[in-house]
Design a binder for this molecule. Structure first.
Ligand SMILES: *Cc1c(COP(=O)(O)O)cnc(C)c1O
Length: 367
């Protein structure tokens, strides 16, 4: 029998979360963001559930090719654009839309020798300061692009740095949005601005012909703890489940695991779970990080090791070897442990946990 740790991908939840996006922005076209192998879920595993999206957005050519191999014929957007002039040939061949964010990319495009009809998302740097053209430069670049025969269409694109919170004390989107709007003003073309946080929090204020929904599709709330997935009507799409493989009864003053970092104050029964940092569970997770045992909420105990961690069985007296443990997601009995709660007590965010499940974990699809 394989080691019991499993990542269950829930098709129904993927569809439900996409429906939440649709409902919030019914006028917008929806790119389902599937970068990083669909936020760790596996592109092939989410594809059927996301097929009703208007497009997919990602970073790697290889992932784009996988979508074409699955039979996807609608738009695919490369969010970081091309990484070399050769990539432009693949963009033609596989009909990929792509971001232009740098003068280097503009130059490659100008030099591209083959006839083409490229669909471009011109990226403005409105304050994130990672990729894109500053507002002062943007219109000039737009002019240059629009004169190229090989450019069929230019969409105005930007990315919010603070849609999940505040920016310098203002609402997170205000500053960047005003920069964006003042710059593109009268230029023709559609717009793509919203990520998950903007879709959830500002849908009524934003004109975004193409939204780019990522994390919300995977059942994590971008502004947790302000809002939980329950507040947004989202469901976990990945459940990391394992089992108890041993039970220990500690006397007072006994410890568990490396470094004896947890010492029992009184007698306690603990379960040893087949899950460790080599499965993608954060080693930094402190004692008390929430887990479900038999659908009952309890917490971790002591240090997470490579292949195992320990949990407090006090609230689950009926737990046995073989009892189900949910590290995040939904238990077989339907209890939900949002990934955001686990991430918060592990000093990270849901994004990192779901992207970090390692190759040795067995993935399965479930309705
Ligand atoms: C990852 C990404 C998104 C999706 O962001 P979420 O917070 O996961 O919704 C949108 N746009 C760009 C440019 C991205 O890189």
């Amino acid at each position: 029998m394989p080691r019991p740790i499993t990542a269950v991908i829930h098709a129904q939840a993927l569809r439900q979360n996409l429906a939440v996006v649709r409902k919030l922005v019914p006028e917008s076209k929806v790119f389902a963001v599937v970068k990083a192998n669909a936020y760790g879920h596996g592109i092939e595993r989410v594809y059927e559930s996301f097929k009703t999206a208007d497009g997919f957005a990602l970073l790697d050519l290889e992932e784009a090719k996988r979508l074409r191999a699955l039979g996807w014929t609608s738009p695919i957007l490369l969010l970081e654009g091309v990484f070399s002039p050769q990539d432009l040939f693949d963009c033609s061949r596989y009909q990929l839309s792509f971001t232009v964010h740098s003068e280097q990319q503009l130059y490659w495009l100008q030099q591209h020798s083959e006839p083409a009809r490229f669909d471009i998302f011109l990226k403005m740097n409105s304050g994130m300061n990672r990729l894109g053209f500053k507002p002062q430069q943007y219109r000039d670049i737009w002019q240059q692009l629009s004169q190229l025969d090989k450019v069929a269409r230019i969409t105005h694109m930007m990315h919010f740095s603070d849609a999940d919170g505040q920016r310098f004390g203002q609402q997170g989107i205000d500053y960047q949005l005003s920069e964006f709007e003042a710059t593109i003003q009268d230029l023709p073309g559609e717009r793509s601005v919203s990520n998950s946080a903007a879709i959830l929090r500002y849908q009524t204020r934003l004109q975004s012909d193409y939204v780019r929904g990522g994390i919300m599709l995977y059942g994590s709330s971008p502004d947790y703890p302000q809002h939980s997935i329950q507040d947004w009507g989202l469901a976990p799409t990945m459940s990391l489940r394992s089992e108890i493989i041993a039970i220990q009864h500690l006397n007072a003053h006994e410890s568990v695991g490396y470094g004896s970092s947890y010492v029992a104050e009184q007698p306690i029964t603990i379960g040893i779970v087949a899950c460790g940092y080599a499965d993608g569970y954060q080693r930094i997770s402190a004692t008390g990080t929430p887990v479900l045992v038999n659908g009952v909420r309890t917490g971790t105990i002591g240090r997470v090791s490579m292949d195992m961690l320990a949990v407090d069985l006090t609230p689950v007296p009926d737990a046995r070897v073989g009892s189900e443990v949910v590290l995040w997601g939904t238990s077989s009995s339907g209890t939900v442990l949002p990934i955001d709660e686990v991430a918060a007590t592990s000093g990270t965010i849901g994004y990192e946990l779901m992207c970090g499940v390692t190759a040795r974990v067995n993935f399965i699809n479930q309705e």
